[in-house]
Structures are given as C-alpha cells and as structure tokens.
Design a binder for this molecule. Structure first.
Ligand SMILES: [Zn+2]
Length: 282
C-alpha cells in the first residue's frame, strides 16, 4: 500500500485519523511527531531507523527485523539494479493496525503482523521512488513495482525471492475454475480488472487480484525484456498521459502495445495453465 490522497475510503479514513493525531500532538507540544508517537525506542541498523515500543518487541525480535530489512534492501537493489544507500525510517505497530503504508520521504508504517513476515513491499516503494525519480501517477504501476519486488517464495519448501514462483502462483490462482456458488478467498483474488483498463482509465481498484496481476505482469516484462526496460517504462509513464502515448511507449520498449502484451501474458500464464489443469484432472 502507499499512502496518498486518494479515492480509496480506507486510506481517506487513515489520513483523517493521522491528521487528528498530528494536531493533538502539536497541541500537546510534541517536537518529534512520528518517533514520539510510534515508538519511544529506536533500533538503528546501517540503513534503517526502526522505532518501536519495548513492551511489544523483544530485543531479539527487533534485531531479526533489522537484519531482515537489510537483507530485503539488498535483494531489492539487486533486482532493480540500483544502488540505494539512504536510510529508511520504520515505524512499527502503527496504531491504525493492519494496513502497512509507505509514505514517501517519511518512511514506512508497519504492523507487527506485517513486519514479522516482512516481504519488503513497503520499503520497495520508498526505494523505487528514491531511485527512479519519484511517485508514479499510475497506481497500477506503483503497486505493480512493489509487488514485483516482494521477496516471497510461494513454494512448499520456501527458499525465497524467486520471481518465477510469483508467476506460478499467479497462474495457479487465475487458472482455477470459477467458483460462482459461494464467495471465497479465491474469488476475491480473481475479482479484478485488466491491466490495460487500469492504465487507460487511470484507475486502480485495490483488489488483491489487481495487486497480484500488476506484479506478475511486471515480472513477466522483466523476465522477457530485462529490468532496464521496466525502469524505462516507469520513467516514461510517471505522469498521466493518453492511451495512444501509453501504447506507443509499450511498443517502443517491448515491441507490442499494452493490450497485445497483456493478451500474451494472459495466454501464457492463464490459458495455457488452465489447459494443463484440465488435462491433469482428466
Ligand atoms: Zn503498496
């Protein structure tokens, strides 16, 4: 997630609460807004300042969290082919609970549950902004980049960080038979709109499926054309532009328009996979 002024109601509520909190702290004369509220203790690693409450994390846990953050930072730099060397502020157990956020230039706000199973999504936002020139107007691109940089291994014997696993997971979810009878988690994942329309209509629907799809699509581009082209894409589409310009940019970088690329991506990771599933179940 990234915290911006947005039409997303959940974020709007969090913004209001944050403002109320800030005003309250100003009233009571706090000088260091975030560190005072989000944690009295600061654990410092080479690239992170981690603010936390001592009664919520053991020294051992905080040490592990710091080490993992450093590891993730390295992984993201390697994948992005960047050399981000700045310090990121991390505010743990943010009072709003379960929704982690990245707030550009301020740092990341992460819940206990998130940070104990950290995939690097939030620090990836900050690193992308810092190294690729700022925030992208297209949320599908902003979130897709962060998802594509998550360090997650979905396989049984997790060893971590393999982009092929993310693509396989996407393929698995998208190619499963529809379950129209009852609502379940799978439907929530599959309830999404195409990448093409999320660019053309400048609208990201924030469903889990859209996050996963955007990330998988960028991993697909990265694995076929390399990270440099994906970074160029990010730079070219940083500001809202016309559908024609979007297609022109995709064509220049990847040899096909966005709808064409999405069709091929879907064929490879959904249609083919579905065929395999059907063949397997006979
Ligand atoms: Zn995000």
């Amino acid at each position: 997630m990234i915290f911006v002024f947005t039409k997303n109601p959940r974020k709007a509520i969090s913004l209001i609460l944050r403002l109320v909190c800030c005003l309250g702290m100003l009233f009571f004369g706090s000088c260091d807004l975030f560190s005072t509220h989000y944690g009295k203790t600061c654990y410092r690693t080479e690239h992170f300042k981690i603010y936390y409450h001592e009664d919520e994390f053991t020294p051992q846990e905080i040490k592990q969290i710091g080490a993992r953050k450093e590891y993730l930072r390295k992984y993201i730099n390697n994948t992005l082919e960047t050399h981000f060397d700045g310090v990121i502020d991390v505010y743990l157990d943010w009072y709003l609970g379960e929704n982690p956020n990245a707030e550009y230039t301020v740092g990341v706000f992460e819940s206990r549950r998130y940070v104990m199973d950290d995939d690097g999504h939030e620090i990836a936002h900050i690193m992308v902004f810092e190294t690729l020139g700022g925030d992208c107007d297209y949320d599908v691109m902003t979130e897709g980049m962060a998802v594509s940089l998550e360090y997650v291994d979905f396989s049984e014997n997790a060893t971590g960080g393999n982009y092929q696993n993310a693509l396989e997971m996407y393929a698995r979810i998208m190619s499963m038979p529809d379950t129209s009878e009852e609502e379940n988690e799978l439907d929530w994942y599959k309830c999404d709109t195409s990448i093409t329309s999320q660019f053309y209509d400048r609208y990201f629907d924030y469903s889990s499926g859209s996050y996963l799809r955007a990330g998988a699509f960028l991993i697909y581009l990265r694995s076929h054309w390399g990270i440099k082209k994906v970074k160029q894409l990010y730079g070219e589409l940083m500001q809202y532009t016309s559908s024609e310009k979007i297609d022109q940019t995709f064509k220049e970088l990847f040899g096909a328009t966005l709808p064409e690329l999405e069709m091929e991506f879907t064929r490879l990771y959904v249609t083919e996979e579905r065929k395999k599933n059907q063949a397997g179940s006979k």
